[in-house]
Design a protein around this ligand. Structure first.
Ligand SMILES: [Zn+2]
Length: 114
């Protein structure tokens, strides 16, 4: 299961961040998930809860932020939300547009109780 592997790597990041805050406690971890990653948010949330259950990490809240796919036109630099797998620029009709958002899979922030 793809999502369980991601949940495990998020937990690893939480654990290494915790080492840098001795005496502190991580309460929340925010993760950005791009549309193109094909990650099922519910499955990821569930996988994380399963991983931390009955461990010292159980109180950590996973906050998932969904990043939609965004294209930028190579001709007029217009940025738009891509829908229906149609990369055409809605402003000038150009087909050559670049993906500039939606591939993220990053830790956005962590909240630490000092
Ligand atoms: Zn354009």
């Amino acid at each position: 299961m793809h999502e369980l592997g991601i949940a495990a790597s998020i937990l690893e990041s939480v654990q290494s961040e915790a080492l840098r805050h001795p005496g502190g406690r991580i309460t929340k971890v925010g993760v950005k998930i791009g549309e193109l990653c094909g990650v099922d948010r519910d499955a990821l949330q569930f996988g994380f809860e399963v991983l931390v259950k009955d461990t010292e990490w159980e109180p950590v809240v996973l906050d998932l932020e969904y990043i939609p796919r965004v294209q930028r036109c190579s001709k007029c630099a217009h940025q738009f939300r891509m829908t229906d797998f149609d990369p055409q620029c809605p402003q000038c009709g150009e087909f050559l547009t670049d993906c500039i958002g939606g591939e993220e899979l990053d830790i956005a922030y962590m909240e630490v109780d000092e």
